[in-house]
Design a protein around this ligand. Structure first.
Ligand SMILES: [Zn+2]
Length: 86
């Protein structure tokens, strides 16, 4: 009984996740970040940049709010258009 419910919760959790490659967010490699929301995805992407491409992370942190808005306008639609990971 309980294991069945847990299985459904697990499936729901997985189907809500979306995957985006570093390269799809403007990065230089194909590492995959997974998140439920765009906010989580940007946080995951930033974490990856800090670990793998610290010079890029520094550039992004130096971006003006206008540049950030432009980046988001270019990349958020890609996230929204992604199918949920199966
Ligand atoms: Zn990368």
């Amino acid at each position: 009984m309980h294991s069945g419910i847990l299985r459904i919760i697990k499936v729901l959790k997985i189907t809500q996740m979306k995957n985006m490659k570093c390269s799809e967010m403007g990065g230089p490699c194909d590492a995959v970040c997974s998140a439920n929301t765009w906010e989580e995805m940007t946080a995951e992407g930033m974490k990856h940049l800090e670990e793998a491409h610290p010079e890029m992370a520094a550039q992004i942190k130096a971006m003006s709010p206008e540049e950030m808005a432009k980046w988001e306008a270019e990349n958020k639609p890609k996230f929204d258009a992604l199918p949920d990971a199966q």
